[in-house]
Design a binder for this molecule. Structure first.
Ligand code: PAF
Length: 287
């Protein structure tokens, strides 16, 4: 049976009208913001939306303000038609795909900065990145006015930043995290995996394998600095060219953890370069 085409809106006015009509008739609405180049990880956000609400709205917007000058904004994979077909098949009800002009019209002058959580990890390696994420997510949540919004846990720091800004700015939208989806060899699904050559793709699972081993050793009370030094060696010898960070941090506040404390949920966070791709991943340390 063929899936009916997904309705697509491009303006804030049309998005608001659709969400308002659903909510007025008593339906809960979930939002799944994305930058397109969809994979099963994104579709799992839609599935979670379906489980939590009667209606699911996806957004596709490659947000220029979260890319640095030498990053992959121009190269970022785009394919609205293929993405819309995937979303329709996953049970999404509406796609919001605004233009840059709709999101940032002439005269746009407002920034959103979340301090304390954004200076470390990806924020240290990608200055300004989280200002762009905070700005666009604030806008998307306020534009859509949905009951809830779902973000992937692969970008754990992003999820933490979004939870903070939603609390601080009293945005009336519940924020839910969705577990990381992995390929069968453990590689976390990511739109940027498309940048990997076959040889790099074969090397890529070493990132998660090293994180898993490190998490187990730390849980068994090995010294965190020694474990992480060994994990770095493993990642580099698998073929990664450099590591932006490999750290243990508290899950809620992202403060550095040098000794395991059973009272503090702790995760390992990594970002490393492999060919053209910068891969990120994170894992909980069992307590
Ligand atoms: O995670 C992403 O795809 C993006 O950072 C988001 C949340 C859609 C904002 O542009």
């Amino acid at each position: 049976m063929s899936v009916p085409a997904l309705p697509i809106v491009h303006s804030v006015a049309d998005l608001r009208a659709a969400v308002k009509a659903w909510r007025q008739s008593g339906e809960r609405v979930a939002l799944t913001p994305t930058m397109g180049a969809l994979h099963d990880g994104h579709l799992s956000l839609v599935a979670q939306g379906r489980a939590q609400a009667e209606r699911v709205v996806a957004t596709i917007f490659v947000n220029p303000t979260q890319f640095g000058p030498n990053e992959d904004f121009d190269a970022y994979p785009r394919g609205l038609e293929a993405d819309a077909a995937l979303l329709a098949g996953a049970g999404c009800d509406l796609l919001y795909a605004p233009s840059v002009g709709e999101m940032y019209p002439p005269g746009f002058a407002t920034s959103v900065r979340v301090t304390g959580l954004t200076e470390v990890l990806c924020g240290a390696a990608r200055p300004g990145h989280f200002d762009g994420v905070a700005q666009v997510v604030t806008k998307l949540l306020l534009q859509a006015g949905t009951d809830l919004a779902i973000f992937g846990e692969k970008d754990w720091q992003q999820l933490t930043v979004i939870r903070r800004l939603v609390a601080d700015l009293n945005i009336d939208c519940a924020i839910l995290g969705a577990p990381i989806l992995r390929e069968s060899d453990g590689l976390a699904m990511s739109s940027r995996n498309r940048y990997l050559s076959p040889a790099e793709r074969a090397a890529a699972p070493a990132l998660y394998a090293s994180l898993r081993q490190a998490a187990e050793e730390i849980a068994a009370r090995a010294a965190i600095d020694e474990v992480l030094a060994r994990a770095r060696e493993q990642i580099l010898s698998a073929g990664f060219s450099s590591i932006d960070y490999l750290e243990a941090r508290s899950a809620d506040h992202l403060t550095l953890v040098t000794e395991l404390d059973p009272a503090t949920p702790t995760r390992l966070f990594a970002a490393a370069h492999l060919g053209r791709a910068r891969l990120i991943d994170n894992i909980s340390i069992p307590r």
